[in-house]
Design a protein around this ligand. Sequence first.
Ligand SMILES: [Zn+2]
Length: 218
Amino acid sequence: MDRSKLNAATRGIPIPDRMQHLPINDRGFIVPWFVAQTGEREWDFRAIGPGKVSRAVQDDVCWLCGRRLGRYRTFTIGPMCAVNRVTAEPPSHKACCRYAVKACPFLTMPKMVRNEKDMPIGAMQPPGEMIERNPGVTLLWTTLSFQIRGGLFHIGPPNDVEWWAHGRRATREEVVASVESGLPILAATCEGDAECLSALASALRLAEAFFPLAEAAE
Ligand SMILES: [Zn+2]
């Protein structure tokens, strides 16, 4: 990989060996394996390449580097996925995820809004009830188990979790604020059903056990 082609903002971030074969786009960003290619040297980072989800699952490869996964799988998820434990995106190597949370503008710059206009034909829309917003906090959830139901990944209990924001570890305050801002969206899907709301409250308590400790904040 020609590191001089990398964007100045990301040049100092160590690149995992498994990502070294990936292309660099004209803006100097490494192109993750899942990204849709739209031209000879053009990619649309907002779009998943056709067939990539099923290939990742069938070949058991990393969503970010495309190389074989080990026993532990790391899901890059938004904070609300810690509560409902459901995501549309396949898992990755933890080292690849750590690179993404430091270098990917969508994950390091929460104010950057995903532009839904001009999505390429064939770009996959994730199934299920997705929360369309950039949460500002990203969670790396490493687990030994997951199940696929209804085209979604139901993630198993975590072996470890890392919370990230702005290219660094997130503080407890940021995590709490991020989860609280998303809760009304999840609660609305219960449509006032008491059993559903009670299950959501239990899921929230389970998720809170994995929040970073206040002492760990810088
Ligand atoms: Zn990888």
